[in-house]
Ligand binder design. Structure first.
Ligand SMILES: *[C@@H]1O[C@H](CO)[C@@H](O)[C@H](O)[C@H]1NC(C)=O
Ligand SMILES: *[C@@H]1O[C@H](CO)[C@@H](O)[C@H](O)[C@H]1NC(C)=O
Ligand SMILES: *[C@@H]1O[C@H](CO)[C@@H](O)[C@H](O)[C@H]1NC(C)=O
Ligand SMILES: *[C@@H]1O[C@H](CO)[C@@H](O)[C@H](O)[C@H]1NC(C)=O
Ligand SMILES: *[C@@H]1O[C@H](CO)[C@@H](O)[C@H](O)[C@H]1NC(C)=O
Length: 488
């Protein structure tokens, strides 16, 4: 009996000790996916992948051998998957199957389909996973994380610092809950590449690129990672272009893409007719004007390069491009009235949505935005956006909803359609290049009211106290005068 109890306790302890490793999934296509997971804390040698949650035998699952690397955290590609199918993945430890999570493969390429995904950036306070909870509730098919996954501002060329920061992110409870069932598309920005406003010149660059290449579940890049970690992928008939605006960016205001990436971007853009729509993921804000003499990291600090791309979009007559962007800590939408920096007589005013911050104080960089902007400068904001796409034979439509966590109604709503049977139909318009700003508030109104009331009450108390003291002193003096009088 005692033996039995001991055995039971050991078994229980065993299963507790072997908790699910840290993991995330990305690089998903119609028949591939990439799983990145921690291997250092357990004896993981194989991953099993099955489309049936309860069937893990050789005829129903794929076994993938894990090669142990020096990071103790491995990214492994899983191939030969079926389109639009849910796959479960597990690891085998002492012949026990431990399910880690599941993901759904993308539909067959070129297939016209409707889908939804979330997008956002800038997550300083990981412990508050409100945005991830909402993404789970909204069942966003995947999440496009446009950078500042952490705010480690790493300056040393040491990949372990990146790994530690990644682990902190992956340990978040709400984050894990979402990642357990959905892929992520991730591109770094300044604070997870190196420090504030960082670019290709920083000392940490090699470690940042190694981190991105080896520890994040990205799409394959066709180029050497030294040339930048830009990628593109397709969901149904929608093309996503993911630019790397940090690792090749200069600090002279000449190029934030680098020449090799710029040529690649142009080739990608030139294929716009092959897709129902093109979504350019930019980790930097597009709209705004360079302040006199100050070169920082935004697109407005690279005005010639920005104009070159605008002219290219106008010249090709691209009608179906939108941009989603991060970095500036606000939600904002422009319909294309202020995104057009072309000067060749064409039109290059594409719709843009800025989505940030997932968990950060607010900030505003550039503008204006036709639909306005929103966040609070001295208040923690938890914001994100959803994009809904409807793609049929006759039309392609999208809707952007900008959300504040815990509020059910979106703060912003915007939608556009292209009529596919009308060759002139376009959501790219003739606009101008925005050269202004967008003002955000300091704090929410309710907080201003509370501060006002507290300030008022404090004033009342202070005044009351002073009045009381004054009267007491006056009374004391009066009574002393009285006593002296009496004595005399
Ligand atoms: C797998 O399939 C083969 C051939 O159909 C069969 O002989 C074998 O018993 C199956 N294995 C299991 C574990 O079901
Ligand atoms: C980062 O740089 C910007 C200027 O581009 C500045 O406004 C901001 O305060 C800096 N942030 C930090 C955390 O230093
Ligand atoms: C785009 O379509 C053209 C014409 O149909 C074709 O020649 C080309 O290979 C396609 N490009 C891609 C990237 O699919
Ligand atoms: C789409 O364009 C075609 C051709 O111009 C037109 O006949 C049709 O009415 C349009 N459809 C919608 C929904 O506007
Ligand atoms: C498209 O635009 C061109 C030039 O503005 C015009 O000549 C043509 O009739 C338009 N086509 C349709 C189907 O509206």
């Amino acid at each position: 009996m005692l033996c039995f109890i001991l055995l039971l306790i050991t078994t229980l302890c065993h299963s507790f000790v072997h908790s699910i490793p840290l993991f995330w999934v990305g690089g998903v296509t119609s028949n591939n996916a990439k799983i990145c997971l921690q291997t250092s804390e357990s004896n993981i040698n194989t991953i099993l992948v099955s489309s049936k949650k309860d069937l893990w035998d050789e005829n129903n699952s794929q076994e993938i051998l894990i090669e142990h690397n020096q990071y103790g955290f491995e990214c492994t590609t899983i191939s030969n998957l079926q389109p639009k199918t849910t796959y479960y993945y597990a690891y085998k430890d002492n012949n026990i199957i431990n399910i880690i999570g599941n993901f759904e493969t993308f539909p067959e390429e070129k297939q016209l389909t409707s889908f939804k995904f979330g997008f956002g950036s800038c997550e300083k306070f990981h412990e508050k996973g409100y945005v991830w909870n909402e993404l789970s509730n909204k069942k966003a098919d995947f999440y496009v994380h446009m950078g500042d996954l952490f705010y480690s501002d790493i300056e040393e060329n040491d990949i372990n610092l990146y790994k530690d920061s990644l682990y902190k992110f992956l340990q978040g409870k709400s984050q894990r809950n979402y990642l357990k069932e959905h892929p992520v598309v991730y591109m770094f920005d300044d604070h997870d590449f190196s420090n504030n406003n960082s670019g290709g010149w920083v000392r940490a660059r090699p470690a940042a690129l190694e981190f991105y290449d080896k520890l994040t579940p990205h799409y394959d890049f066709k180029q050497d990672r030294e040339d930048g970690v830009y990628q593109a992928f397709t969901y149904g008939n929608v093309r996503f272009i993911l630019t790397d605006l940090r690792s090749k960016s200069d600090n002279q205001g000449i190029s934030t893409l680098g020449n090799i990436q710029k040529e690649w971007l142009k080739k990608e853009l030139a294929d716009f007719k092959n897709y129902s729509m093109v979504i350019w993921v930019s980790t930097k804000p597009w709209i705004g004007k360079k302040k006199d003499g100050i070169i920082d990291d935004k697109w407005y600090s690279f005005p010639e390069e920005r104009q070159e791309i605008s002219n290219y979009i106008a010249e090709l007559g691209i009608n179906n491009i939108v941009m989603i962007a991060g970095d500036a800590h606000l939600l904002a939408i422009d319909d294309g009235s202020h995104t057009d920096y072309s000067n060749n007589g064409g039109k290059a005013g594409f719709p843009i949505m800025q989505s940030s911050p997932m968990a950060q104080y607010g900030s505003s960089k550039g503008g204006p935005f036709s639909e306005g902007c929103y966040s609070f400068r001295y208040y923690k904001n938890y914001q994100y956006a959803m994009m809904y796409i409807e793609d049929t034979e006759t039309k392609v439509c999208f809707t952007w909803n900008g959300y504040i966590a815990k509020k059910s109604d979106p703060k912003f709503k915007f939608n556009r359609c292209i009529n596919k049977t009308d060759p002139n139909s376009s959501w790219v318009i003739k606009g101008t290049g925005g050269e202004g700003t967008c003002e955000i508030k300091y704090i929410p109104n309710w907080l201003s009211i509370i501060i006002g009331i507290v300030a008022f009450l404090s004033l009342v108390i202070i005044c009351g106290g002073l009045a009381y003291l004054y009267l007491r002193i006056k009374n004391k003096n009066g009574s002393r005068a009285f006593s002296i009088e009496k004595l005399a």
